[in-house]
Ligand binder design. Structure first.
Ligand code: SAM
Ligand code: SF4
Length: 327
């Protein structure tokens, strides 16, 4: 079996696939208010083009794909694409990141298509605060989506909560109780200075070590592992089934174990979330590249992967915001 290894000896075996840069929410830390300068539809990779690229990655040893965005559920035909990716030889772990606003309608079709695992963004259980953080979102839709996903049998369901000082840090305990009640995994995320939105949100940056210490006053936490848990460091809450994940790109970066690249909706391969290094695949695909040349292009792209992000040292350098890359 072939494999992709970057210049720092890291095996690249995971692709995060952004299906769209559009979204039906406007989380203030992610997308600018009123933003509508989206990628033109003729630049979107078609499902055939996506299947070719992911097929090439699979030949080169990738077995995990996460579908993300923007909001992937706003792209028409997502279950059809998911089924096609799931059927690719070598891809044995297909997962989805969503805000769950439209999940209730699609949960069964996604499960049937082979999506195994779900990550759902949810920063608060307070209706008003949810509305404020997401620029007008309705919390009950997300809760409805989560309950539908649970009833459909997705497991695990991980909730991603960006914890922000003075915004939702007071909601952490309520989120813990909610996840214990429903059997969800809860992951806390530090804000990242991606684009102007992310940099503004960085004014609310909260080191997650503080959150862990606070939770230790109330719960007994022990270190744990979670298969496919990615960069999160996990703790189990004793006396419950709950696992808590801490994703700390700033306070404790995890670049030395990075195994992923990101494919954006227009066919740009981004080698690092926190750097601008990229490689354009769309022109090659539209010029009729053959499979061997495509595999070689991907190998060449991987040589551009930088050693680490510089969110702490150079917080001004990433111009694109999270929904453009596929967070
Ligand atoms: N729309 C989907 C969702 O919200 O889950 C998928 C895409 S979203 C860009 C992926 C993740 O990026 C979400 O968990 C979101 O909270 C996170 N995110 C967006 N901007 C961020 C920022 N500036 N810092 C940290 N996390 C961010
Ligand atoms: Fe949309 Fe997800 Fe960004 Fe929120 S975090 S604006 S749901 S893409």
């Amino acid at each position: 079996m072939q494999q992709l290894t970057d210049p720092f000896g890291r095996r690249i075996e995971y692709v995060r696939l952004s299906l769209t840069d559009r979204c039906d929410l406007r989380c203030f830390y992610c997308m600018p208010k009123g933003f509508n300068d989206f990628e033109a539809p003729e630049h979107w990779l078609s499902f055939d083009e996506i299947e070719r690229v992911i097929g090439a990655f699979a030949r080169l040893g990738t077995r995990r794909v996460r579908i993300t965005g923007g909001e992937p559920l706003v792209r028409k035909g997502l279950p059809e694409l998911a089924a096609r990716l799931h059927a690719l030889p070598g891809i044995d772990d297909l997962s989805l990141s969503t805000n769950a606003v439209q999940l209730a309608r699609h949960a069964e079709a996604l499960k049937a298509a082979g999506v195994q695992r779900l990550n759902v963004s949810l920063d608060t259980l307070d209706t008003t605060r949810f509305h404020e953080i997401t620029g007008g979102g309705k919390l009950e839709k997300v809760i409805g989506g989560l309950m539908a996903a649970k009833a459909t049998g997705f497991s695990p369901i991980k909730i991603n909560m960006v914890v922000m000082k003075g915004v939702n840090d007071g909601d952490v305990e309520a989120m813990v109780d909610f996840c214990i009640e429903h059997g969800f995994t809860l992951r806390f995320i530090e804000t990242m200075p991606m684009g102007d939105t992310g940099r503004e949100a960085n004014a609310h940056f909260l080191n997650l070590q503080t959150v862990r210490k606070r939770l230790e006053q109330r719960y007994e936490l022990v270190p744990d592992v979670m298969p496919g848990g990615g960069p999160a460091r996990y703790m189990r809450v004793i006396g419950t089934e709950l696992r808590l994940g801490f994703i700390t790109p700033l306070s404790q970066h995890f670049c030395e174990t990075c195994n992923r690249v990101r494919l954006s909706v227009d066919g740009t391969l981004y080698l690092c979330l926190g750097q601008e290094h990229h490689f354009e695949l769309r022109p090659l695909l539209r010029n009729g590249i053959d499979d061997d040349t495509l595999d070689n292009a991907i190998r060449q792209a991987i040589t551009l992967k930088p050693e680490r992000h510089e969110f702490n040292d150079k917080p001004g350098q990433v111009v694109r915001f999270m929904s453009m890359t596929g967070g």
